[in-house]
Write a protein that binds this ligand. Structure first.
Ligand code: ATP
Length: 240
């Protein structure tokens, strides 16, 4: 039986007079990876920001585990198990890798379990263990992305909202990070909503996909079906 963990219904979000989300609806089932594809400026980041409470929607609902959470404070949304890994990594550059991971667990006080999760993060990202005492700002872009994901995992999320984890990384690193996301989904059961411009890697990982254009969802379907779609091939896969 599938179980819907997150549902977005007819969402509308604005920056002042600019309507960035124009009535978007989607669903994420437990254990799934759902990707939202779209060009630069389509509204993907705004969608994630509205789900995680950084922005309040003008209209519509965000329903998590059956409860409406739109407009709630980000910290109360994090406590429910929704973790946002923002675009551009946004690690704390002057804190060490270890300190960044500890901050990731800020809502928790189960020390032994937190240490277990730190080891789990190090199993998935061994380079972070090697660099654990190093300031995060001195890591490479790929390592910072790994740290941002690792920090998100320290909250034991029920769902991770990932904003363009491929951004600015070499194709090889993108493959590496997406392989780890796949293992996290399959082995740890982490449900993911993944916003990406890189349609190819996103559809390879995802179960379901949605395509956004100028604030609207214009297409949806299984990742396999979207990969075969002529429109997707022409607009999103053609150049990759
Ligand atoms: P990107 O991949 O570039 O992040 P995106 O699909 O995530 O693109 P958004 O960043 O959500 O798109 O932007 C959606 C729309 O909202 C765009 O028209 C953008 O110009 C506008 N926008 C985004 N951030 C702001 C802001 N802080 N103030 C005003 N307009 C904004």
């Amino acid at each position: 039986m599938s179980e819907t963990v997150l549902e977005v219904k007819n969402l509308e979000s604005f920056y002042g007079p600019i309507m960035a989300i124009r009535g978007a609806s989607l669903k994420v089932e437990k254990g799934q990876v759902v990707t939202v594809l779209g060009a630069n400026g389509a509204g993907k980041s705004t969608l994630l920001k509205t789900i995680s409470g950084i922005m309040d929607p003008e209209k519509g609902q965000v329903i998590f585990e059956g409860e409406e959470i739109q407009g709630k404070e980000p910290h109360s949304i994090v406590r429910r198990g929704i973790v946002h890994v923002p675009e551009g990594r946004e690690v704390f550059p002057l804190l060490t890798v270890d300190e960044n991971l500890s901050l990731g667990a800020y809502t928790r006080n189960d020390k032994a379990e937190i240490e277990k999760d730190r080891e789990m993060v190090f199993d998935y990202f061994p380079i972070l263990k090697e660099r654990r005492g190093q300031e995060a700002g001195t890591l490479s872009g790929g390592q910072q992305q790994m740290l941002a994901i690792g920090r998100g995992l320290m909250l034991r999320p029920k769902i991770m909202l990932l904003d363009e984890p491929s951004l600015g990384l070499s194709p090889l690193l993108v493959q590496e990070i997406f392989a780890i996301l796949k293992r996290l989904n399959e082995d740890e059961g982490v449900t993911m909503m993944l916003v990406e411009q890189n349609a190819k890697v996103a559809l390879e990982l995802a179960d379901m996909g949605y395509v956004m254009e100028i604030g609207r969802i214009v297409m949806d379907g299984s990742a396999d079906r979207l990969m075969e779609s002529e429109d997707i091939k022409a607009f999103y896969l053609g150049h990759q």
